[in-house]
Design a protein around this ligand. Structure first.
Ligand SMILES: Cc1cc2nc3c(=O)[nH]c(=O)nc-3n(C[C@H](O)[C@H](O)[C@H](O)COP(=O)(O)O)c2cc1C
Length: 299
């Protein structure tokens, strides 16, 4: 029997939309009814971002402050599955993604509804997803699947190329030297294999065991170093966000934060990771495996 699926998301470059389209192809091919809802904030976020505007959203991202969305209409009062596409901004759900979850109409839809989350991130989406998990739990939604596509290049490389992409809106090779930013075209196209896995579960209306199958197919890959950096950075971002929110001269402090970020990532993080690799990581194998299992899962 054909099922009703709501695909809801925000995207700036269209990357997330492309991933969702590939992911959903097997579902529409199987005859399920897909309703697409791309949301737009009433005050758009710039794309390409202009210099400092990129950093000005940090405190509100971290504090989960929503922004009003343009009005939208849903065709149904309930769905068999919601596919929620989100992106991380400053290790938090992006402001538009967070606004989707806080929208009263969406909250009604989410109640008792199976949800699959899907992101197209640089490489640090775990903290954002943890907040989304909490939000979904609070709304009695049933998280049944989680898929995270990332830029697979080295952390420092993708940090440079994402700025090039975000500040120019060009998803091509910076200086003709760096690799293209974001999720690779190959990975975007491969998202269809996850949709193929979801299909039979959707048809049955029972998603038990689906995430395990998605994981076997590479829906989530957690790298220790990134998980480690993110866990430290999440706490530090919270301190920065609280500090900057209270300052009168926010722009000055956002500049300081920007330079802090560069130093933290390019100088401090490699040193801390090296120390950790020698002194702590070898003795925490079991705990690390548990953390990876937890972050890959939907509980
Ligand atoms: C302001 C801002 C902050 C971002 N912060 C993160 C982040 O913390 N972690 C991450 O993996 N990606 C981060 N990204 C990249 C986005 O998650 C996403 O991959 C990119 O913006 C493309 O998404 P789109 O489909 O909206 O164009 C950030 C992007 C922006 C614009």
């Amino acid at each position: 029997m054909s099922k009703k699926v709501l695909v809801i998301y925000y995207t700036q470059s269209g990357q997330l939309e492309n991933i969702l389209q590939e992911f959903c192809k097997p579902l529409s091919d199987a005859g399920h009814q897909l309703e697409w809802l791309r949301v737009y904030p009433q005050t758009p976020y710039p794309f390409p971002w202009k210099g400092n505007s990129f950093f000005t959203v940090m405190p509100n991202c971290v504090h989960g402050v929503p922004t009003p969305l343009q009005p939208f209409e849903l065709k149904s009062a309930s769905y068999d599955l919601v596919v929620f596409g989100y992106q991380a901004w400053f290790l938090s759900p992006s402001i538009p993604s967070n606004s989707i979850l806080q929208d009263p109409e969406i909250k009604k839809i989410l109640k008792n509804t199976p949800v699959i989350t899907l992101t197209g991130a640089r490489n640090m989406w775990i903290s954002a997803m943890e907040r989304i998990k909490t939000s979904l739990k609070n709304q009695d939604a049933k998280l049944v699947g989680n898929i995270a596509l990332v830029d697979r290049h080295a952390n420092l490389i993708s940090f440079i190329t994402i700025f090039y992409w975000m500040l120019t809106a060009k998803k091509d090779k910076f200086l003709n030297i760096f690799p293209p930013p974001g999720v690779s075209q190959q990975d975007v196209l491969n998202a269809a294999r996850f949709g193929t896995i979801v299909g039979p579960y959707l048809k049955m209306g029972n998603f038990e065991g689906m995430q395990d199958e998605l994981l076997k197919s590479g829906a989530v890959e957690i790298k220790y170093n990134l998980m480690f950096i993110e866990s430290k950075a999440r706490r530090i971002f919270a301190v920065w966000a609280a500090f900057i929110s209270k300052r009168k001269n926010k722009n000055f402090w956002l500049q300081v934060y920007k330079y802090y970020l560069l130093i933290a990532l390019f100088i401090a993080a490699p040193i801390i990771l090296s120390v950790d690799a020698v002194l702590f990581k070898p003795f925490l194998t079991k705990r690390i495996a548990e953390q990876k299992r937890y972050y890959s899962g939907v509980n």
